[in-house]
Design a protein around this ligand. Structure first.
Ligand SMILES: Cc1ncc(COP(=O)(O)O)c(C=O)c1O
Length: 367
């Protein structure tokens, strides 16, 4: 029986799980039944098979190259999402006499802080709540204890659309939640004690979480931690302490390959991301009476463009026409409302242009 398959892909502005590069999806389709040389689908292979081990090694090698990882860091591919990292980080790195410091610039930083408080001593170095999380602080001007266990930041707040645009230089080990802007630009990796990202926004499907940890920090973990929660279990087992999320790792590797071979690396990716974000923010700025941007200009996210309207009726009107224009999942997060256009690495410039055209047409109708 013939099956009707919808082949019309819309431009998907979902905050995550999110758009993937089309060449990656095509390769997955082509290899779905049989990974070349493996005589089975990647999902049917033992994680110990030489074919899957090659997939795993390739994904790690590509990520290491993209991140510029050297001898000082370990790369781990874990499960549990970034929320598990909210707990694992303090469980492994926190020293009771040296409270960890948290900079809270949005909802995810708040969530990370709440989980860390359950584990031990943490302090809030900065909380942007009073401004409704529309900016990031000048970290150099904050009184951060040099001997803090670590300093936690959220490089990009997915819900509010505010972003740190640089690798911070701080005294305590820098721990950064890069979940929603992972691999969107090159990093000075030596500045990081630990960085972590769930893959389902900028790097692959849900199910795999990337953790990069500086090797000296591994000495802090208590041997009595539950096995999965101890980073050392994963380092010792080369991220195969338990059965890894094999399919998600395979796709993560394909996305890394796309970044290296098709995009041409993270410098190029960053240039493209800056160009894409500019297209949308230029429209927001051109119609300030209609589009009210959330973030301060200098802290606007390159990944999640957030704005709202002066009243709900205009918002419904705006959203009412997007589906027909081939633009989906633009509604802002329920906690802040408005519009959120997530334009991760895999969102093509054409999609951004289509949204910008829609916004311009809508503004013309509402003037
Ligand atoms: C910045 C940030 N941190 C953490 C999370 C939580 O990730 P997960 O759902 O994989 O635990 C998200 C997910 O939306 C996020 O955007």
């Amino acid at each position: 029986m013939a099956t009707q398959i919808a082949t019309e892909r819309a431009y998907n502005f979902s905050a995550g799980p999110a758009v993937l590069p089309v060449p990656v999806l095509e390769q997955i389709r082509d290899e779905m039944l049989c990974l070349p040389g493996a005589r089975a689908s990647v999902m049917e292979l033992s994680h110990r098979s030489k074919e899957f081990v090659a997939v795993h090694e390739d994904a790690k090698a590509r990520l290491s190259r993209l991140l510029g990882l050297g001898e000082n860091h370990e790369l781990l591919l874990l499960q549990g999402g970034s929320r598990l990292q909210f707990s694992m980080i303090p469980m492994n790195l926190l020293h009771e006499q040296k409270p960890a410091q948290y900079i809270v610039t949005g909802s995810w930083g708040k969530n990370a802080l709440a989980e860390a408080k359950k584990v031990g001593a943490v302090e809030v170095a900065y909380d942007a709540a009073e401004s409704n999380y529309n900016h990031v602080p000048d970290v150099g001007a904050l009184p951060i204890a040099a001997d803090a266990s670590y300093l936690h930041v959220t490089s990009n707040e997915t819900i509010q659309g505010v972003q740190f645009h640089d690798d911070l230089a701080v005294e305590p080990p820098l721990v950064s939640d890069v979940s929603s802007d992972f691999l969107h630009r090159p990093y000075d990796i030596e500045r990081y004690g630990l960085m972590y990202a769930c893959a389902q926004k900028n790097a692959g499907p849900a199910g795999v979480t990337v953790v990069v940890i500086r090797k000296d920090l591994l000495e802090r973990s208590d041997d009595n931690l539950p096995g999965y929660m101890n980073y050392n279990s994963h380092v010792a087992a080369d991220s195969m302490w338990n059965t890894p999320p094999t399919f998600a790792i395979y796709v993560l590797g394909l996305v890394a390959k796309w970044l290296e071979d098709t995009v041409g690396g993270l410098e190029k990716m960053h240039e493209l991301n800056q160009a894409k974000a500019k297209v949308l923010y230029d429209v927001v700025d051109a119609f300030p009476e209609l589009y009210i941007g959330h973030a301060r200009k200098e802290h606007r996210s390159l990944m999640n463009v957030t704005f709202r309207f002066s009243d709900d009726a205009i918002q419904s009107d705006f959203l009412g026409g997007t589906e027909d224009a081939g633009l989906t999942t633009l509604k802002g997060h329920r906690s802040v409302g408005g519009i959120r256009a997530s334009i991760y690495n895999a969102m093509p410039m054409e999609g951004v242009q289509a949204l910008a055209d829609y916004m311009r047409d809508f503004a013309a109708k509402h003037s």
